[in-house]
Write a protein that binds this ligand. Structure first.
Ligand code: AFP
Length: 338
């Protein structure tokens, strides 16, 4: 699709609903449940986007005074976003288990409202960036349950590989929803005048190699040798090539979005203080790894392919090196994983 202004005046815009319906038509057995689920996620994203845009005006900036399950202080927007997504997902009638960063336990949807999908999500990631207006986002991953009548914790503690879809919504200079349903990655931009997400970035492919590395260098004194060597080589390449640029927003959605479009690597490695890194497996590492692989990149934990990990707990953390194929290949070699 041509992104020019001229083409924008076309009348056959590919909205996200049309796109998902097209995908659905490739599966004759599909009954439209997934389309309904995505529409409810989209509604949550629009609501949060609107709240983020007017946060300062609507007194939504600041803390609630409580902490979440990770022991992190909850911002007002964290709490609001969680409520919005929980209500949207339950009322879709298509979900049975919900796992949110903000809830200690998985939420079992009451039987009368149950469907066959499990949604794991971080309603508002990067919340330390809210109060200064930096891009933040929602991350989600979707699985199907084995037995809709008896959803169990085992249905959630499965490798990322078994997800049927994943995506994120970035609340930035524009609001963008990036989605994969298992056949490539597509990006949709919210047109505020229509209130619709329009396909603006079809079939996103990450460049095979990048010129950007993205990491919190403040943790360097605690890094292990492969991470330290990798970053050293980004700055002082041994093959005489130009050094890479460092970009780090501290908001995973924004850092991954840039990595997907421009190429490069984003990492949150294990270190001496945090042997499992910081990022949560189920609703940060898995969905982003799924998207990255669908876009032709790789995601590696320092030991193995991220999507092969089997979680033991819903709020488990994992180190992550994610991005362009060649860049991740380099860190894999340094870690001795081939
Ligand atoms: P917050 O939600 O506390 O801002 O954390 C954001 C995040 O989970 C992820 O979005 C970032 O990539 C990462 O943490 C940043 O962590 P550091 O502040 O330790 O660099």
């Amino acid at each position: 699709m041509d992104h020019s202004t001229e083409s924008y005046h076309r009348t056959d815009l590919m909205t996200i609903t049309r796109h998902v319906l097209n995908e659905q038509s490739k599966h004759p057995e599909a009954r439209g449940d997934f389309t309904i689920l995505i529409n409810h996620i989209v509604l949550g994203c629009k609501y949060v986007c609107s709240a983020v845009n007017k946060a300062g005006l609507a007194k939504l900036i600041g803390l609630t005074g409580n902490s979440n399950v990770q022991g992190e202080e909850q911002k007002k927007l964290d709490v609001l976003s969680n409520e919005v997504f929980l209500k949207a997902l339950v009322s879709s009638g298509r979900t049975c288990i919900l796992v949110s960063e903000e809830n200690e336990e998985p939420i079992l949807v009451e039987p009368s409202k149950r469907g066959r999908y499990i949604v794991v999500f971080d309603p508002l990631d990067g919340s330390s960036n809210i109060d200064c207006g930096v891009s933040i986002g929602t991350i989600f991953g979707i699985y199907t349950v084995k037995d809709q009548e008896n959803p169990t914790l085992e249905d959630v503690l499965r490798p990322g590989e078994t997800m049927v879809a994943a995506g994120y919504c970035m609340y930035g200079s524009s609001c963008m929803l990036v989605l994969s349903t298992g056949s490539g990655v597509n990006g949709f931009t919210l047109d505020p005048s229509l209130g619709e997400f329009i396909l603006t970035h079809p079939n996103i492919k990450i460049p095979k190699a990048g010129k950007i590395y993205s990491v919190n260098e403040g943790n360097a004194s605690n890094w292990d040798e492969p991470t330290a060597k990798y970053v050293e080589n980004c700055k002082f390449p041994r093959d005489g090539s130009s050094p890479k640029s460092l970009r780090y927003i501290g908001s995973m959605v924004a850092d991954i979005h840039r990595t997907l479009l421009y190429g490069g690597i984003f990492m949150y490695p294990a270190d001496k203080k945090s042997p499992n890194g910081k990022l949560r497996l189920l609703y940060e590492v898995f969905p982003m790894s799924y998207l990255m692989e669908q876009a032709g990149g790789q995601a590696f934990t320092g030991k193995q392919r991220a999507l092969d990990l089997i979680p033991k707990k819903i709020h488990e953390r994992s180190p992550i090196f994610i991005g362009s194929h060649d860049d991740v290949e380099e860190i894999k070699e340094l870690c001795g994983a081939f």
